[in-house]
Design a protein around this ligand. Structure first.
Ligand code: ADP
Ligand code: CIR
Length: 357
């Protein structure tokens, strides 16, 4: 697109968003002043525009965040917009703040959240990694996708013991098998409109795939929202055991892959909500009492910096009274602190559930 056409689309999208009832962080922080200041900028290496960053939020007024970084440089080129959104999402991360050095702690720091198995159906913990010297989804060519898949797959083959498993390319998978894995909560869904409108689904299913170990407790997503998502999950509430498995997995990959890391923002991801530790630790939890009053559930979750999602993940509904509850912030704290925040929050939530009965 010609630069003047991009500005025209931006101007009209901005106008419509400003007049909308959107609750997104994009709408909240994209003031006229900031918009005018950054609307003609492009990133140095990939020439990504402001439109590339906010297209998804302009098309989807129901976005929670509404902005993505098409390449790692976007975080600095468009800092006037990303910084307040990052500060808001992660609940306090100012321009001068620096993400701390990695500190995982140990799985044994986090005792089972539900030893009597009354509330927690399953526990999942994931982190994201981007491969150094590659941009994010919207700037990847078909060749890049294949190259990344090949590089990552080669390293996945070296994993051993509990972490060993097999890689399945999405392009070689039957539709039924794909749907079964989605229903089992193992695989990412297809056709996410937030990602599609961010230009993050080009050449689909090229380069996309999933690696699963024998027990179906260690999973790696390849080239979905991020180059790599490392996931550990199991039935019940043993967060420590799930966490330990994720740490071993991601550290093993780090021996052979170089990740994009920023002095200030920690591990770099496509969505600013995932920066820093990139960790989302969640439980699928039954909360019959709290769930009967959604406002009360949201209130307790908010008090403990937790986020409530539906049973099939973000932008889905809770089925059979099962909620996906996880830490909200991921940046400005160590991995240990993030997981501790979630552990304490879920413990308090279970207490509140018992008291509400
Ligand atoms: P993420 O951003 O962590 O990848 P999504 O909200 O897109 O999260 O969810 C991805 C998948 O993981 C969905 O199928 C969701 O149901 C599943 N999931 C999330 N938390 C749990 C959990 N604690 N137990 C089982 N499945 C889970
Ligand atoms: C939104 O703004 O609601 C979507 N763009 C998703 C934002 C955060 N989720 C994510 O990174 N998975």
């Amino acid at each position: 697109r010609a630069p003047c056409e991009i500005i025209e689309i931006l101007e009209s999208g901005f106008e419509t968003l400003a007049q909308s009832k959107s609750q997104s962080l994009l709408k909240k922080h994209l003031t006229q002043e900031i918009f005018d200041k950054i609307k003609t900028r492009v990133t140095p290496s990939y020439c990504s525009t402001l439109l590339d960053c906010i297209q998804s939020g302009l098309c989807n007024h129901d976005s929670g965040v509404g902005i993505y970084a098409p390449d790692p440089e976007a975080y600095s080129t468009f800092a006037e917009l990303f910084d307040p959104i990052i500060d808001d999402y992660h609940m306090g991360f100012k321009g001068a703040d620096k993400h701390p050095a990695t500190c995982f702690g140990y799985g044994s720091d986090f005792p089972n959240l539900d030893p009597e198995q009354r509330f927690i159906v399953s526990t999942r913990i994931r982190c994201a990694r981007s491969i150094k010297d590659f941009p994010f989804n919207p700037c990847l060519t078909k060749k890049d996708y294949r190259h990344l898949e090949c590089m990552i797959n080669k390293v996945l083959k070296t994993l051993c013991n509990e972490h060993s498993g097999k890689f399945m390319a999405l392009s070689c998978m039957e539709k039924e098998e794909q749907q079964q894995l989605i229903d089992d909560h193992l695989l990412f869904k297809e056709g996410d409109r937030f990602l599609q409108d961010a230009n993050a689904s080009r050449f689909w299913p090229t380069g996309r795939g999933i690696f699963i170990n024998q027990n179906r407790t260690f999973i790696v997503w390849v080239n979905e929202e991020d180059h790599i998502r490392v996931i550990s999950m199991e039935k019940g509430g043993d967060l420590g055991r799930a966490y330990e498995r994720m740490i071993i997995g991601v550290e093993s990959l780090a021996h052979s892959l170089k990740f994009s890391h920023d002095k200030r923002l920690g591990y770099l991801t496509f969505c600013p909500s995932n920066l820093g530790t990139t960790i989302r630790a969640s439980v699928h939890i039954k909360l019959p009492n709290l769930g009967a009053d959604k406002a009360k559930l949201e209130e307790v979750a908010k008090k403990h910096n937790l986020q409530v999602r539906g049973t099939s993940g973000e932008h889905s509904e809770a089925k059979d009274g099962v909620y996906d509850i996880s830490n909200k912030r991921r940046l400005g704290l160590t991995e240990y602190q993030v997981v501790m925040e979630m552990h304490k929050g879920i413990t308090a939530l279970i207490d509140a559930e018992c008291q509400a009965g």
